[in-house]
Write a protein that binds this ligand. Structure first.
Ligand SMILES: Nc1ncnc2c1ncn2[C@@H]1O[C@H](COP(=O)(O)OP(=O)(O)OP(=O)(O)O)[C@@H](O)[C@H]1O
Ligand SMILES: [Mg+2]
Length: 246
């Protein structure tokens, strides 16, 4: 199996807090890895190390067989690592197309003057949403995404990642702020991405989601890796034990 990501012995300290202590995880192509653990276990810190937000104190990250130094999120994105953070990173005041192309706006010229190609952004957005069977009415596409529902916003963020050819998509609690039907839609999107061979790491406190959508689970506890299991070979009792024992 093709190994996409290999995080080796990563440590990260914030002042007196050892947020990560010698943690290793790996991910194969098209695999969904769930990251679980109690509040403050180090989950967000771990994915921020992989997405270039934090530089680890120790350890290294191998992505597509290349040892990479991720100094910033833009570099990670260029490599094909897209992250959807816990505090969702959409610009509320911009429409769907402008969000999908945020920071990478296509240009055209009008009367010899360079301008942003809004028509292209709109037509590409429609394609992205159609490809993922995301249900957003056409009339809403030119409205600020702040007017969309939480689930639709999540879907736009996922669509953006896919549009930019994410090889690895990282999601920090993608369903935490959603209603039940929208949670299901996002979980369905994860399955579709997996079919398209995208590798996914998702953080969740919801064991039902984890057991439904992932192939493997890594449990963190106070900065250490408490355990790792193949989903089909474990159960929620065992996972909860890994989270709280110690
Ligand atoms: N930027 C920071 N500065 C200082 N301490 C931090 C910072 N980020 C995280 N920490 C600390 O590191 C530890 C791990 O935090 P992290 O956010 O990774 O936890 P988490 O597993 O994502 O928790 P949650 O489930 O609540 O989101 C916590 O003790 C937290 O207070
Ligand atoms: Mg977190």
């Amino acid at each position: 199996m093709n190994k996409v990501l290999d995080v080796k012995s990563v440590s990260k300290r914030f002042g007196g807090v050892q947020a990560l202590d010698d943690v290793s995880i790996h991910l194969n192509e098209g695999e969904v890895l769930a990251l679980a653990g109690d509040n403050g276990a180090g989950k967000s810190t771990l994915i921020k190390v992989v997405s270039g937000v934090y530089h680890p104190d120790d350890g290294n990250i191998i992505f597509n067989n290349e040892n990479i130094q991720l100094d910033n999120p833009r570099f990670a994105r260029e490599k094909g690592i897209e992250t959807i953070y816990q505090d969702l990173a959409l610009a509320d005041n911009l429409n769907v197309g402008a969000n999908i192309f945020l920071g990478r706006e296509p240009m055209t010229t009008k009367f010899g003057v360079p301008i942003i190609n809004r028509e292209f952004m709109l037509s590409e957005s429609k394609k992205v949403l159609k490809n993922l069977e995301i249900n957003i009415p056409e009339s809403s596409l030119e409205e600020p995404v702040g007017k969309l529902s939480g689930g639709q916003r999540q879907a736009v963020a996922i669509g953006r990642a896919l549009y930019w050819n994410a090889k690895l998509l990282i999601m920090d609690e993608p369903t935490a702020a959603l209603g039940v039907p929208e949670q299901r839609n996002v979980m369905d999107l994860i399955k579709k991405l997996k079919e398209q061979k995208v590798s996914i790491i998702f953080i969740s406190h919801n064991l039902t989601d984890i057991f439904q959508a992932s192939d493997r689970i890594v449990v963190l506890r106070r900065g250490i890796k408490a355990g790792e299991r193949i989903i089909s070979e474990t159960n929620s009792d065992e996972v909860v034990k890994l989270m709280v024992q110690g």
